[in-house]
Write a protein of this length. Structure first.
Length: 167
């Protein structure tokens, strides 16, 4: 599935040096769209195409000098702004995880280990479904696709060991 926001995602990915399928895969998993507001149990909201959590409004106010109301409106309505913020969040999480792309992707959703791992698996699955993934020829996987597959296999082994221990 090709995202209608692909042009903006590719520009943001290039700017932040992210693999080209990360943002489209996140958007596919998040299921966001312009003007979408999703209520969370903790009282926050997820906004727009990349479902940016409202907890990011305060850091964005400090960084941009814009008002909270302006940032809220832009995150909700301005698709490219929302995607640019998602790219900046991913870049921040990449620094936080010392370049561990899969951990950074999981952190986009949650820092809780189980939720983080489950989100990583959803992103891996989505990356196979999106046409925005790194180009591969025939049965040859791109280097990024190989890393995703290896991470998925590692996560599945870890999950299966946990299940066996519980039995």
């Amino acid at each position: 599935m090709v995202s209608p926001y692909l042009h903006c995602m590719m520009m943001v990915s290039s700017f932040h040096h992210l693999p080209p399928n990360v943002l489209p895969s996140i958007q596919q998993v998040e299921g966001g769209r312009p003007n979408l507001v999703s209520e969370n149990k903790n009282g926050t909201q997820d906004l727009g195409v990349m479902q940016i959590n409202t907890r990011w409004i305060e850091p964005l106010k400090r960084t941009t000098g814009e008002t909270g109301a302006t940032i809220y409106k832009r995150l909700k309505e301005d698709t490219c702004y929302n995607i640019a913020v998602a790219g900046a969040i991913m870049k921040l999480y990449l620094r936080e995880t010392n370049g561990d792309m899969m951990q950074a992707i999981g952190n986009y959703h949650s820092h809780t280990p189980y939720l983080n791992n489950q989100y990583q698996l959803k992103i891996i699955k989505a990356s196979y479904q999106t046409n925005a993934s790194a180009v591969s020829l025939g049965n040859h996987l791109s280097p990024y696709q190989r890393r995703l597959l290896k991470a998925k296999q590692k996560s599945n082994k870890h999950y299966n060991r946990k299940i066996k221990k519980r039995s």
